[in-house]
Design a protein around this ligand. Structure first.
Ligand SMILES: [Zn+2]
Length: 271
């Protein structure tokens, strides 16, 4: 089975992409026809329509004696989603290969993104520009798996794509599910972190936000309506997708006007 088989499988529907950041805990508040989850989201939502894992699992699969990689391989082998889309280099590490589609990623520099479409699948799901700043060992592309999940929603023919858990900054927790934290490893260096505009984030995520500004122009051209609900770095960087929501999920639960005014003084989301 290939991705071409899924083209327009959910034409004009609403897709929700659930990502790893803490804001994803509110995913149930968003009404959608199709739910796409990435990585460890498969531990929180057992019946995903699509699960996407685009990382190359060669290194984790060979280091399951380390707790960090054991957790990652447990996540990788978790079943439950109707359809699992996995990096073609990683499929051989799966114990159960039912309902699995092998996918590749294609690196697209920011300047070239307009030559691609969120509606077409060519050699692979779109991966961002090569990281220019510090913090990662080896060649890494920005955008994160979120970019590939949005591209998937476009190929599925969805009219709208909503994202949550696309925080791109650190709060008390790194992920909303149990997962290894971001720290110095074989792939990450300790100078990857940065204090920026009042938040703690990573260089990698700053470049991701920059890439997503271009990506949202291309999505608009392609008729894919993107709304982000994460209230994180994308909102700070004033992406249109992240500026549509005027009230946070907590704000929506408040009934009294006085109570709302009090909340609003501290909330960066509620207007
Ligand atoms: Zn609020």
């Amino acid at each position: 089975m290939s991705l071409e088989f899924l083209r327009n499988a959910h034409e004009d529907k609403v897709a929700l992409v659930v990502l790893g950041g803490p804001s994803a805990q509110y995913w149930k508040n968003i009404k959608a026809d199709v739910i796409i989850g990435v990585n460890g989201v498969n531990d929180k939502i057992k019946d995903l329509d699509y699960w996407l894992c685009t990382e190359n699992m060669a290194y984790p699969s060979q280091h399951i004696d380390e707790r960090r990689y054991q957790t990652i391989m447990e996540m990788f082998n978790r079943t439950g989603a109707d359809c699992r889309l996995v990096n073609s280099k990683s499929v051989k590490f799966l114990k159960n290969k039912e309902n699995v589609i092998a996918i590749d990623r294609i690196g697209v520099e920011k300047e070239d993104l307009h030559l691609y479409s969120f509606r077409r699948f060519e050699e692979g799901l779109i991966n961002g520009s090569l990281l220019k700043s510090q913090g990662m060992r080896g060649a890494v592309r920005v955008g994160t798996v979120a970019l590939q999940a949005i591209h998937l929603a476009g190929i599925l023919g969805c009219a709208e794509v909503h994202t949550i858990g696309f925080d791109l900054f650190f709060q008390d927790k790194h992920h909303w599910y149990e997962y290894p934290i971001y720290e110095e490893t074989r792939f990450f260096t300790e100078d990857m972190f940065i204090d920026y505009n009042g938040i703690r984030t990573m260089w990698f995520w700053l470049e991701t936000a920059d890439y997503m500004k271009i990506a949202e122009d291309v999505m608009i051209r392609d008729g894919l309506d993107w709304t982000d609900h994460s209230h994180g770095l994308l909102k700070k960087e004033e992406l249109r997708a992240a500026s549509k929501i005027k009230m946070c999920f907590y704000g929506e639960t408040i009934i009294g006007k006085k109570e709302y005014e009090e909340h609003r003084q501290f909330c960066e989301v509620c207007e």
